[in-house]
Design a protein around this ligand. Structure first.
Ligand code: SF4
Ligand code: SF4
Length: 388
């Protein structure tokens, strides 16, 4: 490796950047494999404040020191792939046929697959030119922070909404990286262009953005929609009709406006998956779930969170037409989390038959948490609206 001249590595990197689009990669940049010292300090503070989601790699040394993953590492290659941000002719959500919404990042093929395929092609491309190269690819679930790597490599700047914002594709990008022992020349980081703007912080429905670039994951809807337990009442109201993830702090970002990338066919959304009807989700079996959502990243936690969020959405729509379906979950579903959420949804709908179903369930329910949810739901004011 060392015998090769600097000029060889400079040329290799330029060729790699030029080849990126033929590999399905929209942006490729390089940084060193040095420790992310400032990130480590931030992550320690983040943990002390209790702001972690719990989905992260717990070992902060592994997250911030690339050489712990590959002792001979010299460089990190960061990649970005742009995804669509709009639905063409989105299906209408109307009374009796209410719809939920998935985060844009979960609209097309699971991005872990999409990026791994591209990183595998990039590995082949590198190994054809440097057969002795050592390479290690990561997407999302790897130890390193995709965002920290992308920021230092110059893919984009780290916005106040905690997203990496590329000048070309906004924050509608998937990120991945490759650790290597190749001594590639590093790129410069991108100038932070948030300026005085605070639109994302102001728009966050839960106050999860506790400061510029500081996220309390415990209050972030994106994280909460992926949990499996009973959600606090306050948060259920804020979830609205989101079934998976939350895009609010990206939608309001002025850089993202008018950006809608549609050049990767496998990332294009099926509107019936991106914005599905809620009521059929309540009775969906595992097979049906895999058929409908299995190709996308929203399926990684199984069907329960999506079904729970569908109940929350029907409650938030105060969809009186859905009372029989929600009541059937409360009566028949074997999962206490779903029964408790159904009770909350019926309380929020608040119609006379919603209340009647709650009273009926009260006499047969055995689970303490569900009984508590029924009690709270019954104390919610009745809306007086009858089911049509
Ligand atoms: S994803 Fe949603 S809840 Fe989370 S910080 Fe952004 S706007 Fe707030
Ligand atoms: S909304 Fe404004 S402050 Fe937030 S990330 Fe976008 S440009 Fe930065």
């Amino acid at each position: 490796m060392e015998q090769k001249e600097t000029v060889f590595w400079t040329q290799l990197k330029e060729d790699m950047i030029a080849a990126a689009s033929s590999l399905g990669i929209d942006k490729l940049r390089v940084t060193t494999a040095d420790t992310f010292t400032e990130l480590k300090e931030r992550l320690i503070r983040h943990r002390e404040l209790g702001h972690e989601s719990g989905f992260e790699e717990p070992d902060l040394d592994l997250r911030t020191e690339p050489k712990r993953l590959m002792p001979e590492a010299r460089s990190l290659i960061a990649i970005a792939v742009a995804y669509p941000s709009r639905l063409i002719d989105p299906p209408v959500s109307e009374p009796g046929k209410r719809r939920g919404i998935l985060s844009r990042s979960a609209w097309g093929e699971d991005y872990h697959q999409a990026l791994r395929r591209r990183l595998a092609k990039l590995s082949e491309w590198i190994l054809e030119r440097v057969p002795e190269a050592k390479l290690m690819s990561m997407v999302d679930t790897g130890a390193l922070s995709d965002r920290a790597v992308a920021e230092r490599a110059g893919i984009g700047w780290s916005g106040k909404n905690c997203s990496i914002i590329t000048p070309e594709w906004g924050s509608w990008v998937y990120l991945g990286e490759m650790l290597t022992d190749l001594p590639l020349p590093p790129d410069r980081s991108v100038l932070d262009s948030c300026g005085d703007c605070t639109l994302c912080i102001d728009a966050c429905p839960t106050g999860a953005l506790v400061g510029p670039g500081q996220l309390n994951s415990q209050r972030c809807i994106s994280f909460i929609t992926q949990t499996k337990g009973i959600v606090e009442d306050e948060m259920m109201v804020k979830i609205g009709n989101r079934l998976y993830g939350c895009d609010t702090c990206q939608i309001v970002c002025p850089v993202n406006r008018k950006i809608d990338t549609r050049h990767h066919p496998e990332l294009l959304p099926d509107p019936e998956v991106a914005k599905p009807l809620l009521r059929p989700l309540l009775t969906m079996g595992n097979r049906e779930f895999r058929e409908k959502f299995g190709m996308g990243s929203a399926s990684w936690r199984g069907r329960k969170p999506i079904q729970r969020n569908a109940l929350i959405a029907l409650g938030n729509f105060r969809d009186v037409e859905s009372v029989p379906d929600v009541a059937a979950v409360l009566r028949d579903d074997p999962r206490p989390v779903l029964r408790a959420t159904a009770a909350w949804a019926l309380g929020r709908i608040g119609s006379p038959d919603a209340k009647e179903n709650l009273r009926n369930a009260q006499s047969t329910e055995k689970d303490d948490e569900v009984l508590l949810a029924i009690e709270r739901a019954l104390s919610a004011p009745e809306t007086g609206r009858k089911r049509k």
